[in-house]
Design a protein around this ligand. Sequence first.
Ligand SMILES: [Zn+2]
Length: 525
Amino acid sequence: MADDRFHVYDTTLRDGAQQEGLNLTVADKLVVARQLDGLGVGFIEGGWPGANPKDTEFFRRAQTELDLKHAQLAAFGATRRAGVKAADDPLVAALRESGAPVVTLVAKSHDRHVELALRTTLQENLAMIRDTVSHLRAEGQRVFLDAEHFFDGYRSNPAYALEVIRTAAEAGADVIALCDTNGGMLPDELAEIVHEAVQTSARVGIHCHDDTGCAVANTLAAVKAGATHVQGCANGYGERSGNANLFTVVANLQLKRGFDLVPPTALADMTRVAHAITEVTNVTPNSHAPYVGTSAFAHKAGLHASAIKVDPNLYQHIDPAAVGNDMRMLVSDMAGRASVELKGRELGYELTPENTKTLVARVKDLESRGFTFEAADASFELLLRDTVHGERTRHFEVESWRVIVERTKGGELVSEATVKLHAKGERIVATGEGNGPVNALDKAVRLALEKLYPELAKLELVDYKVRILEGTHGTGAITRVLITSSDDRAEWATVGVAENIIEASWQALEQAVTYGLLRAGHKTA
Ligand SMILES: [Zn+2]
């Protein structure tokens, strides 16, 4: 477990998930949590159990499916409702029963919000904090408090805002995280207020939003003023302008301020982690992101080029290797190497040095063409098997497929797919209808194979992600499709890349079915 003297607290799965256009399934959240744990963060806020069924499920599945090495899970929730006991409040019960060792309670610290939004008295709000914190502490959980709208609240009524901190700390909250919920603060004033909050002798944390473009600067200013707990999100995800970018915060504190927050080897993996998370969130990575962007250490040829050759340090603020980046990083190269070395072992395959070399070369080649294996474990495993066995894994051979999309006179869109394939010595032709071309193809393939492989009835397509990748070297844009499938016991993801979206989908679909059949114990034909 991480050192408790300074907390790195990630809220990607709760606050970061508020970003417009960002939707995470429970499986996605588990993948992101594993990546963050690998990076060495101390706490991962998983969501709001009880208030959101998907988050309740996340905490349930996390207990058996997440084997965290560094981080502890935190469940997020509110203080009890006004006028009831914390012990009787069903939402507080959901936090208690989440299985998370830490609960982060959000509480109002702005007097006007208490009266207008919560519609209760200032005294009752303090009682709600005291009762909920002490109840959860007594039940054995560690409690942090997110003081919502703290800075605006301090401006409105400093005595009350500080009283909220004192009340929570006296009731047993370990940390009071001061939240710049509206994100409007600038570093100088924020630091002064944090300094006042630290005088209460409570342990103070900081939670910033980037509405003034100062979320990271504000976080650093708060640390200088005495905060010992920083909150933020992977890649700066979050609603509006986003939350403080946790990667930037950690790199700044560790490389510029000498904090010992995550293992140096994990920090040197940060660029890969940042990109791996974008594959799951399906948010295009920001190439200009500090430290981890592909352009973060890229220099235009010309003026700098000759001097860089003599001494690269003249033109860069850190050694890019410290965060796993490069003067001109090829994400694919790095991701490929890491995928092969780590995942091969994870999957339990004994790879000879020769196999490893071949596989690294294949992964690099495929990733340079737009494939990604960070988010497509099943495709990676198929590639690995093919390399080890020296032949392609397949249970069926495709002769041809065809998809028709028709807009009927009534304006209805209907898709129909026909697949012709060979399996177990038979030639099979099947037709499927669906609400879209990929759905129709999926149905046709399964219809074709179900008689030979009845287990396919259980196979389900649970998620479908598309990303258009910019073409390189004069080629047009290409489409990458990631498909997540499940068989009621596990989920797996496959990837396809092509200029045509249906072809990309087909590739991912074919692998999804192949992997499903392998899981069901079918040796290849
Ligand atoms: Zn927030």
